[in-house]
Design a protein around this ligand. Structure first.
Ligand SMILES: Cc1ncc(COP(=O)(O)O)c(C=O)c1O
Length: 380
């Protein structure tokens, strides 16, 4: 079955008892038992719910994986992953890790004795050196948020396997439509389903997908034990949103490329970050490992910080807001919004400058998107 067919049919069979084509929302906290501990597979919604199961089957099949576990948010999924580790373990991650993931590791799990080591995952020698020290886990984001750096994932997996290090890839930006890290031997794929998988900016969620039953059992145990479950309604909304992932991603990527090309030659622009551009430093790796380049374009304008802030607050089509991946175009100022949790010094060291702007290019008509940018740039 091809991707767009799986997105619509896997885990989404008609309801057996009524024939309803769309499975109902099981808004129940608990389930009737025939005899103590004899039930139909569900006993309490913190542990499981048919809407979770439906969504998990869809997501696992889209990522070419066997098992998926859904969570209340992307950070809920990361919490479940990290809480499988022990005090004293080290997690290695890329320097420009998403700000919220950095905060979770650096502020919360640090107190439980889990160490974080940030490295430049673009440098395979640095990866080799870090993994030779036998950390427990390496988390890769590729493309990264918001600098869209591309790590050579298959090469890093090879190094990790040599040193017996568990691997996880945050695949939120690429989505399973453009890249499937499990097929390269990655142990766990993570998503903030809040973004492209939901696709409509109306739900917060996360998932972990794996081929390893032992990992999946731990993730489900940790979800239940910590209380990281989503609501049945949120799982249902995600099941609805993911059906159109293929056509949305085609359009996001097409429009993002046009925006990137338009901005690349604009006199008020210093640098455009988009892996689809030949000028992107990892364009060759991106072309090799991705089937498309995604819908996010980051830009440094040749403007003062005040002018940049004025620009991004004045768009008509782009809404100034956190998050990304919805059908509507959004614009973000990472330094003061999504990545404000990273200390400034650390941020600048990793190339995330105060003037950087992140565009989440939506699926409105491309002429309206470009016109909005063009008109507002004339006014600053
Ligand atoms: C790449 C990436 N990973 C993880 C997260 C965290 O997801 P959530 O906001 O759903 O908790 C985000 C959120 O922006 C993200 O961009």
């Amino acid at each position: 079955m091809k991707f767009s067919t799986k997105a619509i049919h896997k885990g989404q069979e008609a309801d057996q008892s009524t024939g309803a084509v769309i499975p109902p929302i099981y808004m129940t906290s608990t389930y009737k038992q025939e005899w103590p501990n004899q039930h139909k597979g569900y006993d309490y919604t913190r542990a499981g719910n048919p809407n979770f199961t439906n969504l998990e089957q869809t997501l696992a099949s889209l990522e070419e994986g066997k098992y998926a576990t859904v969570f209340s948010s992307g950070l809920g999924a990361t919490t479940a992953l990290i809480s499988t580790l022990d005090s004293g373990d080290t997690v290695v991650a890329g320097q420009d890790l998403y700000g919220g993931t950095f905060r979770l590791l650096n502020s919360i799990f640090k107190s439980y004795g889990i160490k974080l080591e940030l490295i430049n995952t673009l440098d395979l020698d640095e990866v080799e050196n870090a993994l030779a020290n036998k950390p427990k886990l390496i988390i890769l984001e590729s493309p990264t948020n918001p600098l869209l750096r591309i790590s050579d994932i298959p090469a890093i997996i090879k190094i990790a396997k040599k040193h017996n290090v568990m691997t996880a890839v945050d695949n939120t930006f690429a989505t399973p439509y453009f890249q499937n890290p499990l097929t390269w031997g990655v142990d766990v794929v993570l998503h903030s389903t809040t973004k492209y998988i939901g696709g409509h900016s109306d739900v917060v969620g996360g998932t972990l997908i794996t081929n390893d039953l032992e990992y999946d059992t731990k993730f489900k145990f940790n979800r239940m034990s910590i209380g990281l479950n989503p609501s049945p309604f949120d799982a249902w909304l995600l099941t609805r949103g993911v059906k159109t992932l293929a056509i949305r991603m085609e359009q996001h990527a097409k429009s993002a490329m046009e925006v990137a090309k338009y901005l690349e030659v604009h006199p008020k622009v210093k640098t455009v970050f988009y892996p689809g551009l030949e000028s992107h430093p990892q364009h060759t790796i991106a072309s090799r490992q991705m089937r498309g380049f995604g819908g996010i374009v980051s830009v440094e304008f040749d403007l003062t910080l005040e002018q940049t802030k004025k620009l991004i607050s004045s768009f008509n089509i782009f809404t100034l807001a956190e998050s990304l991946g919805g059908v509507e175009s959004l614009v973000d100022h990472p330094a003061s919004m999504t990545h404000a949790s990273i200390p400034r010094e650390e941020r600048i060291k990793n190339g995330l400058n105060d003037g950087l702007v992140r565009f989440s290019v939506g699926i409105e008509h491309i002429d309206d998107i470009i016109k909005d940018i063009e008109q507002q740039l004339k006014l600053v």
